[in-house]
Design a protein. Structure first.
Length: 210
């Protein structure tokens, strides 16, 4: 019998598929049990692989969380940045942004609602990065419609109004409809843009003693 030839391409594909299956199983378990409540053994059982296989692909929790996060993010609705920026006025742009953020909140809700970014450093860093990216986009959007300028407080207000925490509190905590929640958030964004926080006066330079 002729021995079967080793095919490195097939092996790499199998490893990639196995790694993706582990990441998907981790995401599923984290959405129902949370990070702290999920063990490597449970992940192995859900993915249909051995425990050493999970460790071989994800030796540390940070690497496991990175794989899980990448799996979840890859399936999230994308932010239609160009469509939002193409709006003729700020009201339409804000409407599109609020709707897009709602779609993302609905996708990420099973994971974000657990508030584990307060106890898991990797998730805290990831959340901080997402907030920075959102603030940068808001800054770009406001500059396009309001002109250049320093508007740190306005950006902070918009970022807070668009956050998952506020959306989740209104929809799940207060039981508001999604339409009502969108309306409240939109009104808040536009009210801030129409009456932005006053700029802090710049003190005059100190005169050097003669």
């Amino acid at each position: 019998m002729t021995p079967r030839r080793y095919n490195p391409t097939n092996r790499r594909r199998q490893q990639a598929e196995r790694k993706a299956r582990i990441a998907a199983a981790t995401a599923e378990l984290h959405s129902t049990q949370g990070v702290a409540g999920t063990s490597y053994a449970e992940i192995a059982a859900r993915a249909g692989v051995s425990l050493p296989t999970v460790y071989s692909h994800f030796p540390t929790q940070d690497e496991l969380l990175q794989g899980c996060t990448s799996h979840v993010v890859a399936r999230a609705p994308s932010l239609p940045a160009e469509r939002i920026l193409a709006a003729d006025d700020l009201t339409v742009a804000a409407q599109r942004l609020v709707a897009a953020m709602e779609r993302q909140h609905l996708h990420f809700e099973p994971w974000l609602a657990r508030r584990e970014d307060g106890v898991v450093p990797f998730l805290a860093q990831m959340s901080a990065g997402m907030r920075r990216a959102q603030s940068e986009f808001v800054d770009r959007l406001l500059e396009q419609h309001l002109g250049p300028g320093e508007r740190h407080e306005l950006i902070a207000g918009w970022e807070s109004l668009l956050s998952f925490d506020l959306w989740h509190r209104l929809v799940r905590g207060h039981g508001l409809s999604r339409a009502a929640t969108r309306r409240i958030i939109l009104q808040g964004l536009l009210a801030l843009a129409e009456d932005p926080p006053a700029a802090k006066p710049v003190p005059p330079p100190r005169r050097k003693p003669t």
